[in-house]
Design a protein around this ligand. Sequence first.
Ligand code: IMP
Length: 546
Amino acid sequence: MTASKSFLDPATAFDVLSSYSSNDGLSVTELFDSSTTGGLTYNDFLVLPGKIDFDAGSVITDSKITRNVTLKTPFVSSPMDTVTETNMAIHMALLGGIGVIHHNQSPEEQAAMVRAVKRHENGFITDPVVLSPNHHVQDVRDIKERLGFCGVPITDTGKLHGKLLGIVTARDIDFSSPTALLSEVMTTSLVTAPSGTTLHEANEILRNSKKGKVPIVDTEGRLVSLLARSDLLKAQNFPFSSKRPDSNQLYCAAAVGTRPSDRDRLALLVEAGLDIVVIDSSQGNSVYQVEMIKWIKSTFPSLEVIAGNVVTREQAATLIAAGADGLRVGMGSGSICITQEVMAVGRPQATAVFSVAEFANRFGVPVIADGGIGNVGHIVKALALGAGAVMMGGLLAGTTEAPGEYFWHEGKRVKTYRGMGSIEAMQHRSSAPATNGTATKNSPQPPSKVTTTENAATSRYFSESSQIKVAQGVSGDVPDKGSIIKFLPYLHTGLQHSFQDIGVRSVGELQSGVLSGKVRFEKRSAQAQMEGGVHGLNSYTKRLFA
Ligand code: IMP
């Protein structure tokens, strides 16, 4: 007979638990203890699960990206010419994040993009595309092809503030000859609303009239703005949209460099309505950047300034002291990046984010974890380490809203994705004419080509004037990922489920839990990483969301 083993009374489980000297797993300081570990990447550790006593749907992902701007989803698209132009910036903002419009284009083109974002879905389209009765059906078809819509008001002058004569919609031109005059096809029985109509009233008119567009006219019948049913529907579909509380306009960010000409560029962007400027540099701890921040703060005091990039506390201190409202963290972690290989500088991203965020958050300066975000788990880890948001390039490249055309490569539908420090981006020039004004109005437009003006990409890597350009990035392609209208909600819902597993209901609760030692971590060996991935299958399909 074997002696029966005596077990502890289950009712004492919590008493026994409290007798341990610390909670299971590692605190964040133990995780990053440099005496036992080198720099960590997101894949080098996991967050330990907590207790679930709430619905995933109740998790709030609101988070600050600068001192004064809070987003409902902590997602930022990178200022790269294969990632963020008008269409991406509009949709990022509609979905609760923000897009940073790249500066590898002329200042005028970049300003036109900012303007298009600011004008989008702000209720009334204050800058609609307008034609005259003497234009032709083909002109409307051209607009449809270029801008994706064809509800065009017709005024006597062919311009805003001209006398409203009619409207041309898709139905008016379906069967018409391209050379027919618009005066022959336009609809003249119009439903209009007087200027001064509130957005709420105008929406009621749209709803009741069943019209696609309602022109807003002054007392003399002159066109002052336009209201579109599609905008009304979008407002209903995008409850998280990132809007300025004072103007109801979408938030828009854009990148600039630190050269003297960037001051003129920025002035144009501010005039176009810019809310946040990102000073774009791979190594932000420079006198140029300090001077730029100070100049911006004294010239445009209400503009939020995100400075960077940095990966150390010392770099961060310089920019915080200069007046930065937010910091971009990452050097060498981007999916297209060869900085660490070529320059021998950089830092593993998880260590960089924790180190900088822990310091910057003491000053109320939020941190954006930039680069190396490959999945929802990486986003959760960046937020846990103190980031207010993540900036994504590769994850958003290849979506419908990213600039560029799809093409086929080895049997796959792909789009180009390239580093801004790639030779291709640094040398990029095009003979395409500058945007002609109407192309930037109202709504998403096709990706722009870079003009022969200044190549701003080169300012990011301090290599533009060298005879030999030293690449810090590569150029490649990424698969078609569909629209971010589906992808961003997947990221958001993924975050909510992850937070539920961790047992926290908000970004704030996650970060305070980490700092207090309540939220715990575990390191992952190479074997542990293999175990945590799919293994042992002959073949499988990986579908991330449905
Ligand atoms: P990803 O999301 O991992 O693809 O990384 C995107 C980030 O990489 C950007 O936001 C930039 O900070 C950075 N980046 C962009 N172009 C280059 C480059 O050419 N070399 C190094 N880093 C780059």
